[in-house]
Design a protein around this ligand. Structure first.
Ligand SMILES: Nc1nc2c(ncn2[C@@H]2O[C@H](COP(=O)(O)OP(=O)(O)OP(=O)(O)O)[C@@H](O)[C@H]2O)c(=O)[nH]1
Length: 306
């Protein structure tokens, strides 16, 4: 049996009048997955769900929380602020649309609907959103290795550390540095050095399977691997696995005093969720462990728990 995936964009219609919902449902049901809410509370719940809508059509006039307030609430929430909101308004209320833009809406459509126009505008905003998302993702990708960059790492570490503290689960971090990489560049050239970093990044990214596992290039020949919900034993197992994967690439390094191929050193830190530490202190601890691994001869893993 094959289960077909429904890749159509998701649209959420928020309107307290069932007839208006039905009208828009007719317009969108063939091209979109449509859900509907008749009040702000339900709309917020659907917008914050695991599979949020790609766009929200929002009636301005609703009892209790009106469209403006709901829009402002969506824009103030990290989880929903990126979802484009289009106001739905009667022609007589067009002036109010200005307030809608101030609340964070991207556009408005007027009743009575002209279906092709409504569809075209919704498609336009979906298209703009996906281009915006793509651009934003470039800002977080390391151009050489195409894994996450340091900027993204800083944000994700902050998020994961907060989550670890809330859920009382330990967080582990691997700070990894290529051994004698200056000698590698000097021997094989900077272009070969770049290729080596690309291969290491791809191999490590391919070896991390758990959702939430995260790799970033931290700078130069340094990488960070963040392992949420991971205790010291598991973190050590993953570090050893990465070490084997890198040894397995067997990238020749004749000028390394450590081995005939490219090797790495790792500092592994596992943090107790009750430890009152800043993310900076976590990174510093991983750095100390990495330094110990380098000092002890390289091509090894040093681990600390804090
Ligand atoms: N090819 C290439 N080299 C880089 C890049 N970023 C940093 N490097 C080089 O990485 C080398 C790092 O050298 P060091 O910090 O002295 O460390 P190392 O030679 O790896 O020695 P240990 O870390 O002590 O084992 C420098 O020569 C940098 O020029 C890069 O993007 N591409």
């Amino acid at each position: 049996m094959t289960i077909e995936r429904d890749d159509r964009p998701k649209i959420l219609i928020v309107d307290d009048t069932k007839e208006n919902i039905d009208l828009l449902l007719e317009v969108f049901r063939d091209e979109f997955r449509v859900s509907a809410a008749t009040n702000a509370e339900r709309a917020l719940k659907l917008a914050r769900a695991d599979h949020p809508p790609d766009i929200i059509l929002l009636d301005i006039l609703m009892p209790e929380m009106d469209g403006y307030e709901l829009c402002a609430a969506l824009k103030n929430d990290e989880a929903t602020k990126g979802i484009p909101v289009v106001f739905v308004t009667a022609v007589s209320e067009v002036m109010d649309a200005t307030r809608g833009f101030a609340a964070g809406a991207v556009d408005y459509i007027t009743k009575p609907f002209h279906p092709p126009m409504v569809k075209a505008r919704v498609r336009l905003h979906l298209d703009l959103k996906s281009k915006y998302d793509l651009l934003e993702s470039y800002a977080f990708i390391d151009a050489l290795t195409e894994v996450n960059n340091r900027r993204r790492f800083d944000l994700v570490l902050e998020d994961e550390w907060n989550r670890a503290r809330r859920s009382k689960r330990s967080l582990s971090l691997i700070y990894l540095d290529v051994d004698h990489f200056k000698a590698f560049n000097d021997t094989y050239g900077h272009g070969a050095g770049d290729d080596c970093l690309r291969r290491l990044a791809a191999a490590m990214a391919g070896a991390l399977h758990r959702s939430g596992d995260f790799i970033a290039r931290h700078g130069g020949e340094e990488f960070m691997i963040l392992l949420p919900y991971t205790d010291p034993d598991e973190a050590l197992t993953i570090a050893q696995h990465l070490n084997r994967i890198i040894d397995g690439l067997a990238i020749p390094h004749v000028s390394s005093p450590v081995a005939a191929h490219v090797t790495v050193s790792m500092g592994v830190v596992s943090v107790d969720p009750d430890a009152r530490l800043s993310t900076r202190e976590i990174v510093d601890a991983a750095d100390r462990a990495l330094y110990a691994a380098k000092h002890a001869g390289r091509h090894r893993i040093e681990q600390i728990a804090i």
